[in-house]
Design a protein around this ligand. Structure first.
Ligand SMILES: [Zn+2]
Length: 472
């Protein structure tokens, strides 16, 4: 179990869930474990048997072959399925069923982080409790032969901004859509909170440092005291002069010993490996690595260093991070189109691929995959809060010629004159899609989906309308 305890299995058999939709869901190979007080249904198993699970606004909708099966709503970190009766071998006091989110989904949402870190987040009650089967391996991570170790626990004696570790990582073999070829990290030694910026050339390192310095010194009301880097060409003049002018001590690691720049070095390696896992598992075009790195960094700031019970995010901001907005990178998302871009006849949504979190707007970033809407081109980047999620579906995997794996040149020429840094400017033609609460009719879910929209449990709808915030 999630807390590494074990419980005795007293039997195995079939269980029938009578959903409030009137449909019956027969589950086979159900284990009877008297010690577990909740009836748990594995989302992973449902997925394997052809069920589609859509999560949005604290609700989950189950469909199969386009037909509505049932729904559930978020309750205490799990999804409680709307069932009338649970018929089976275990007719004890509880007659409700909970959808068990699979460890694979959280492994994906957390950017292929190691399973020990996931266990740690469960233990801290940061994410819902679920079973992590030690035999259940992520295919991507196995293929990559990565056994990503937990983060080292090193005692810190610094205060925030007393020491900043920095390094530049070169990915120039594959430029992003906007022509970025490098990324630079700034890691605060005391909190391990990390900033990442994308660079077109190494010369931009100095600009990003000025940007980083202005933001963090103002936000934390402190001054940067020391910066540690290797002897890379980006940390010579004018970087040296800038540090001197502001009284910052610039510590250089000894030549030919990258390990002494260990923290920044390790961070770059982790970011690169996890980005790679995200790219492989989603099949998304390689020129999206910039979005992957930024998403990865966003997630890593929400994962505590080994054995620590506090996340870098909390140490840095003073607030607890929220994990409920994390989604599996590269998955299918149907984004609601608002007027005037909405079609009068046809789908109200467009098929997108999820590529990241906005900051600070609290929305998600999507790459248009299959628009079917002449007003929105495939390959456009959209920001929206209003989407339905298909976290087991990866539209860019194994397709012949999907929009998001078109040749780089084609996309760049199509969007001439636009720039590409998700942090500071929009990547391409950007379509702002605002939250629309009422328009969620999705034809492919079948006629029952309308019923689901209308006959909302009051508490669920309250939760839905009150949760207008997004990722921090
Ligand atoms: Zn993985």
């Amino acid at each position: 179990m999630g807390n590494s305890a074990t419980a005795e299995v007293k039997g195995e058999g079939n269980v029938v869930l009578k959903m409030t939709s009137g449909k019956e869901l027969t589950l086979s190979n159900v284990l009877y474990v008297p010690e577990i007080r909740k009836n748990l249904v594995s989302g992973w198993q449902l997925n394997k048997f052809g069920f589609k699970m859509v999560i949005e606004s604290d609700k989950v909708v189950l469909t199969k072959n386009g037909l509505y099966v049932g729904k559930g709503y978020a309750l205490n970190g799990m999804f409680k399925l709307n069932v009338m009766v649970v018929n089976g071998m275990n007719n004890n006091a509880t007659s409700s069923a909970y959808l068990l989110e699979s460890s694979n989904v959280w492994h994906g949402r957390l950017g292929h982080v190691n399973f020990n870190s996931i266990r740690h987040l469960i233990k801290l009650n940061y994410i819902p409790t679920f079973d992590i089967d030690s035999n259940n391996k992520c295919e991507t991570c196995v293929e990559e032969k990565q056994t990503r170790s937990s983060f080292k626990n090193i005692e810190r004696i610094t205060e925030p901004l007393e020491m900043i570790h920095t390094d530049v990582c070169n990915l120039k073999a594959i430029p992003t859509r906007g022509g970025n070829k490098y990324f630079i990290t700034f890691i605060d030694d005391s909190t391990r909170y990390c900033y990442v910026y994308l660079l077109k050339s190494k010369d931009e390192a100095i600009d990003k440092f000025i940007l980083f310095k202005a933001e963090v010194e103002n936000q934390l009301n402190r001054k940067i005291k020391k910066v540690r880097s290797d002897r890379g060409g980006e940390y010579v003049s004018p970087f040296v002069e800038l540090c001197e002018k502001d009284g910052i001590i610039h510590e250089l690691t000894p030549p030919y010993s990258p390990q002494s720049n260990g923290i920044a070095e390790r961070k770059n390696r982790t970011l690169k490996e996890m980005m790679n896992a995200m790219m492989i598992s989603s099949g998304i075009n390689q020129d999206m690595w910039g979005e992957a790195i930024l998403s990865e960094n966003y997630v890593l700031n929400m994962i505590p260093n080994n054995k620590k019970d506090v996340t870098p995010y909390e140490l840095w901001t003073g607030n607890k991070p929220s994990y409920k907005y994390l989604r599996v990178w590269g998955c299918l998302s149907k984004v609601v189109v608002t007027p005037p871009k909405r079609l009068l006849i046809g789908s109200k949504t467009v098929d997108c691929v999820f590529i990241g979190y906005t900051r600070p707007g609290g929305a998600f970033r999507f790459l248009m995959h299959d628009s079917k809407n002449p007003g929105i081109n495939n390959g456009t980047i959209i920001e929206s809060k209003d989407a339905s999620w298909f976290e087991h579906v990866f539209p860019c995997l194994g397709k012949e010629k999907p929009s998001c794996s078109r040749p780089v040149e084609e996309i760049v020429s199509e969007n001439k004159g636009t720039r590409d840094d998700p942090r500071e400017q929009s990547e391409t033609e950007e379509v702002e899609i605002r939250k629309s609460k009422r328009q969620r009719t999705e034809k492919s879910f079948g006629p029952d989906f309308l019923t689901y929209m209308v006959e909302e449990e009051p508490q669920t709808y309250q939760q839905a309308v009150s949760s207008s915030e997004g990722p921090q």
